[in-house]
Design a protein around this ligand. Structure first.
Ligand code: DON
Length: 315
């Protein structure tokens, strides 16, 4: 299959466009190890269903997956604990609150509102703990979906998260008190921090996003890696909750199911067309990467990727 020149050129232009915004963001500092990130690093990768890979900038640069792991945690929870048990512990509604907010655990609903915020991901991590080796199983799943056997833990970030994770611990203890967690709060947050601390690059995430775009089947091999009902749930929650309290704005401006993380990554999936990911550690006030957001915005606009793109796909 020939390379698509429109994608190639648009990706280069998207990088130039995104670079002009990087100065408006700030690297996350609440996890001390993340504060070491360079705000001007910018990378992106697009992988189309015909198997072509389009990479740009710092595409090889590794960063921690952070909240993008919440999609993988949900997949593992649905696979191991099943639909009924998972959704008896966590809802599916957007919050409008910050990703690390715990106010609604007290005042609104004892259950976290969705699996894409910290409280919800801690509850779904709890559902993964029946396995003898939850972190090992999680690593295997991540490596398989990202198509890279050398994905590993960033030990320094993991330790840093453990030290700085008081808010997450508070949420876990509240949920243990309300019998939402079935395991010890300390063990559950440890698993949650571990999941957030895997080191990936944009090509890894674009590979994973491609599997989601193709409803669980790797288009290059024909192998079914995920059941389609699970993929449907994950993509739906990426649309409604994947960009935290900017999910509505992102849906309107970009219109690609996406998930971001404070490590600077954003992964997006375009139905039956492509998986994409971008990376830049400079974050906006809501915790979404400034540069990665702009890359996806530009690609969506100029390649006609918005799910309600009137003219249909141009690629
Ligand atoms: O719980 C935390 O604070 C991080 N490990 C993950 C948060 C995150 O990535 C939120 N993203 N925007």
């Amino acid at each position: 299959m020939a390379r698509n020149e429109l994608i190639e050129k648009t990706l280069v232009d998207a990088m130039d466009y995104a670079r002009t915004f990087l100065h408006t963001g700030k690297v996350a500092t609440y996890i001390p190890e993340l504060a070491k990130g360079y705000p001007d690093k910018l990378g992106a990768c697009v992988i189309t269903t015909d198997g072509e890979i389009y990479s740009a900038g710092d595409w090889h640069q590794e960063f921690t997956i952070q909240s993008i792991s919440k999609t993988l945690t949900l997949i593992m929870a649905l696979q191991t604990a099943g639909y009924d048990r998972v959704f008896s512990k966590v809802g599916v509604e957007p919050t409008g609150d910050a990703f690390n907010s715990l106010v609604r655990l007290e005042t609104k609903n004892t259950h976290p509102l969705n699996p894409m915020i910290n409280a919800g991901a801690i509850a779904t991590a709890d559902c993964c703990m029946d396995s003898k080796d939850p972190s090992g199983d999680f690593l295997t799943l991540t490596r398989k979906l990202c198509r890279r056997d050398t994905i590993h833990l960033d030990e320094a970030v993991f330790q840093s998260e453990k030290k700085a994770g008081m808010r997450n611990r508070s949420m876990a203890y509240l949920m243990q008190g309300d019998n939402i967690l079935e395991h010890d709060a300390e063990d559950v947050v440890d698993l949650y921090f571990w999941m957030c601390s895997l080191s990936v690059n944009v090509e890894d995430l674009a590979n994973y996003a491609l599997i989601l775009a193709n409803n669980g089947v790797d288009p290059r091999t024909g192998e079914t890696l995920l059941e389609d009902w699970i993929v449907r749930i994950v993509k739906t929650l990426m649309v409604t909750c994947g960009m935290y309290d900017a999910s509505g704005e992102f849906a309107m401006k970009v219109g690609i199911p996406a998930k971001s993380g404070v490590g600077g990554g954003i992964m997006g999936t375009v139905e039956r067309k492509m998986g994409l990911a971008a990376f830049n550690p400079a974050l906006d006030p809501k915790g979404n990467s400034v540069g990665a957001y702009r890359v996806l915005e530009y690609l969506s606009h100029y390649l006609g990727l918005h799910y309600f793109s009137g003219s249909g796909y141009t690629v």
